[in-house]
Design a protein around this ligand. Structure first.
Ligand code: BMA
Length: 338
């Protein structure tokens, strides 16, 4: 059994036991999807979103695409992390001097807690092109934008939950301006969340379900087997892109070194709410709740760019699966400097 570092007990997180006879590593919540269409006066579809425990309850930063098909971040709160009260309006950001500083759009948020701060990463508009927006809050009332991490074009920013080697570490997926037909996972370091450098390649797309592009998903989970990184992988079929997700273990002190990488997906679009929607065949994880004492994990994933689902499993089963199906590609186990 792997030791899980830094993760708190969340005894009230959503959970259902594995259905009898279920053969796969993950199983879907029976009440999926937890967000149906048109959940708010402006929000048409809520998906690819981040949730975290907060006090005895849960809060989240949600991707809500509006009824004019623009992409926004909304705050939400919940007592059980299943039934959510979503704000009608999008999050209002200020800059570090307290002046309004609203992004033109925002999507695919992640939330990482470090100390008392909750850092929020999302895909933001920078001079009209996508890059990684960064912000922080302590109370989920005042949301302060920090400097954008990178130049365009970049997406899927995921901050590790502690400094590594004295620096903050951010995963990212350099991209283009559109529905990017390529994409590998990189990391960058920063002493102060403003200046980012020491860029490293973590792993590249390749191999069946993850052959076209890959991108980090939930915040990596620190275990004594390595950082457990759940990530999405895309294959291009005759019928378009298919988004599945799998897992990798990264070296604890040098996370650009991949120790294991799942050769099979953990979850792929199968249910109608995953295969049919605004964009068909998408399972896109952005958050996970882990109850360290019981090893339970609840993965939140956007489905078909329309709904939000939860998949359950255990950290130990995912680690075992990642090792058993291991399919490291050339260069994965390197430091990724060249
Ligand atoms: C990606 C991202 C995701 C989206 C996916 C499928 O490029 O934009 O937000 O879920 O495409 O449309």
């Amino acid at each position: 059994m792997a030791k899980i570092f830094g993760e708190q007990a969340i005894p009230n997180m959503p959970w259902e036991e594995k259905p009898t006879g279920h053969k796969e590593i993950l199983w879907r919540y029976s009440g999926n999807p937890i967000f149906k269409q048109n959940p708010g006066p402006k929000a048409a579809r809520v998906f690819n979103s981040a949730v975290v425990p907060y006090g005895d309850e849960f809060v989240g930063v949600f991707r809500a695409d509006h009824k004019d098909i623009t992409m926004h971040l909304h705050f939400g709160r919940s007592k059980d992390a299943v039934n959510w009260q979503l704000d009608d309006e999008d999050i209002k950001w200020v800059d570090e001097s307290g002046k309004p500083f609203q992004p033109a759009y925002g999507y695919d948020p992640r939330v990482t807690k470090i100390g008392d701060d909750y850092f929020i990463m999302w895909c933001t508009s920078f001079a009209g092109s996508p890059t990684i927006g960064l912000g922080k809050t302590r109370d989920f009332k005042t949301f302060t934008r920090l400097e954008n991490a990178f130049l365009p074009h970049n997406r899927n920013g995921v901050l590790f939950p502690r400094k590594i080697g004295g620096n903050y570490v951010l995963l990212s997926r350099p991209s283009d301006n559109g529905h990017t037909p390529f994409g590998d996972i990189y990391l960058s370091e920063s002493p102060d969340m403003t200046f980012w450098g020491k860029h490293r390649c973590v792993m590249k797309a390749g191999g069946s379900w993850q052959s076209l592009k890959i991108g980090a998903g939930p915040i990596p989970i620190e275990t004594d087997e390595g950082w457990l990184m759940i990530y999405h992988g895309v294959v291009l079929t005759c019928n378009g892109y298919v988004y599945s997700f799998g897992a990798a273990l990264l070296d604890l002190e040098n996370p650009s070194k991949v120790l294991y990488r799942s050769g099979n997906y953990l979850l792929t679009p199968e249910e109608p709410y995953e295969t049919v929607g605004f964009v068909q065949n998408v399972c896109f994880p952005c958050a996970a709740l882990v109850d360290a004492p019981t090893r339970r994990i609840a993965i939140y994933y956007g489905t078909a760019d329309t709904y939000t689902g939860i998949a359950f499993g255990t950290v130990d089963d995912i680690i075992k699966f990642t090792k058993e199906t291991n399919n490291l590609l050339h260069g994965d186990s390197d430091i990724g400097r060249d």
